[in-house]
Design a protein around this ligand. Structure first.
Ligand SMILES: [Zn+2]
Length: 208
């Protein structure tokens, strides 16, 4: 049984990075949600590996030095999964236009309460201000606090309308639509987008 697997080899770690935001990429560590989900975070080491991979994804073009691995234990993994599912409950409510679940807000708030220990700053590059964390996360708990902050920024702001669930056949990946018009329909053009376009083309050709 898959749920009994204690950690997986790096090559089988099926991470995806089209979520558009760290917290949404984190939600997508439970894949195939449309059919009950396939969890990529089965063991503490999986979460450590995800943090490392997420950091590499986010690395500035200048290339920051790769940091040490963030240690995770069973307890923190359980808390992380709870945070992930709270964020997803929030995403689902936003996408469906239903009342925001109180329980999800409570879980996210329990992480935000620790955010004050991890200061933010307004950094200005080329005249544009961005809200940034002052330091790299020194441990896994801090990394999870940042995921909660990221989720709260999205869920608590008007840009929450950019949260979407991919309409691709057999996908259901969550993403934050960064396109200018906010009309993206698929998690990625190279995956679900191309498949949908090919299917449309086949239908048109068949109709003609
Ligand atoms: Zn998709």
């Amino acid at each position: 049984m898959e749920s009994q697997v204690r950690g997986s080899s790096p090559s089988s770690r099926d991470w995806v990075w089209y979520g558009g935001r760290p917290s949404i990429d984190f939600v997508n560590t439970l894949r195939d949600r449309f059919r009950g989900g396939r969890d990529l975070l089965l063991a503490p080491d999986d979460l450590t590996a995800w943090f490392t991979a997420a950091r590499q994804q986010a690395a500035a073009p200048t290339g920051e030095p790769s940091a040490e691995r963030l240690a995770v234990d069973d307890e923190l993994l359980a808390q992380a999964v709870r945070l992930r599912e709270a964020v997803d409950a929030g995403v689902r409510a936003v996408v469906a236009g239903t009342p925001f679940p109180e329980e999800a807000a409570e879980v996210i708030n329990s992480w935000l309460a620790r955010a004050a220990e991890h200061p933010l700053r307004l950094a200005v590059h080329d005249g544009r201000p961005t809200l940034q964390h002052t330091h790299r996360p020194a441990d896994a708990t801090t990394a999870l606090v940042r995921i909660a902050v990221d989720a709260a920024e999205i869920l608590g702001g008007e840009d929450r309308r950019r949260l979407k669930i991919c309409t691709g056949n057999g996908c259901s990946a969550r993403y934050y639509d960064k396109s200018p018009g906010g009309r993206r329909r698929w998690c990625s053009m190279s995956g679900c987008g191309n498949r949908a376009k090919a299917a449309q083309h086949r239908q048109r050709t068949a109709a003609e």
